[in-house]
Design a binder for this molecule. Structure first.
Ligand SMILES: O=C(O)C(=O)C[C@]1(C(=O)O)C=C[C@@H](O)C=C1
Length: 261
């Protein structure tokens, strides 16, 4: 029978080597964490300079188009084992933080539970989200200055009854990957171009949709209710776009085209 009580010195050497490897790898991770942390602090300081320059003007600091362009650029250069979802999650939390550094970021939401999850994934855990019992109540809270953004689903009466409005749709969520719910973010800051955008347009059902097609502006119909259709048109169109004038179309806002994961 082999003597199992006597330690094999070769095991000690192997254990010591793997302990040393582990310590070396962890030291490398610590060095990288310091470098990442230094860069995060430097990045936040640049955002603070940008905010202090007042170049952005009034209204909420959030610029969903710029955020989308940042994420698209990073995803395009992404390589290696870190999942793309993790990259997006990290930057979403960062962008939510740098937005709230510049001014209050609060949301008036009329959303089902799944929509709140989609909203949280986008705005991070810190942004205060107040839920309302109707789309009209959430919109009124923002109009009254009680919230900087409104979050609404692709349902309800808001898209038929609330426009033209000071509040415009500026983001469609989820921006990356798939969510159980589509969420629209509305803001008093007009939509900013991301390089690949869509415009949300309300048109008379039938005639309006055909008119959009004929003008080369056909896109997916998101909702159809009574005599109105909600259509996602390619590009970022201004409310006064001459191609829309004769169609009885109302621009509800625009946003970065979401990317599949
Ligand atoms: O570019 C801006 O306007 C910023 O405020 C900076 C920044 C960022 O951290 O990169 C922060 C918030 C905006 O929503 C978009 C981008």
């Amino acid at each position: 029978m082999p003597d199992t009580t006597t330690p094999d010195p070769r095991h000690d050497v192997a254990a010591a080597a793997s302990e040393a490897d582990l310590a070396a790898l962890r030291a490398e991770i610590d060095t990288l964490d310091d470098a990442l942390h230094d860069l995060l602090m430097r990045r936040a300081a640049v955002v603070a300079r940008l905010a202090a320059s007042r170049a952005k003007g009034d209204g909420p600091a959030i610029r969903p188009g710029r955020e989308a362009a940042i994420l698209r650029r990073l995803l395009a250069r992404h390589a290696g084992p870190l999942p793309r979802t993790a990259l997006v999650r990290l930057w979403r939390e960062l962008l939510a933080a740098t937005t709230s550094m510049q001014g209050p970021l609060s949301v008036a939401a009329w959303l089902p539970e799944a929509g709140v999850e989609v909203l949280r994934a986008h705005l991070g855990m810190a942004a205060p989200v107040r839920r309302f019992g109707s789309d009209a109540a959430a919109l009124a809270a923002c109009e009254a200055g009680e919230a900087s953004l409104v979050a609404l689903p692709a349902a309800g009466r808001w898209w038929r009854t609330h426009f033209p409005s000071r509040l415009l749709v500026t983001a469609r969520l989820p921006f990356f990957g798939h969510g159980a719910e589509t969420v629209f973010l509305l803001s008093t800051t007009p939509p900013d171009a991301s390089g690949d955008d869509r415009t949300l347009v309300r048109v008379p059902a039938g005639r309006g949709e055909a008119g959009l097609e004929a003008a080369g502006l056909g896109g997916p119909v998101l909702l159809h209710e009574h005599d109105l259709a909600l259509v996602e048109v390619p590009g970022l169109l201004a409310a006064g776009d001459p191609r829309l004038a004769s169609l009885g179309a109302t621009v509800l806002g625009g946003y970065a085209a979401p990317i599949a994961d």
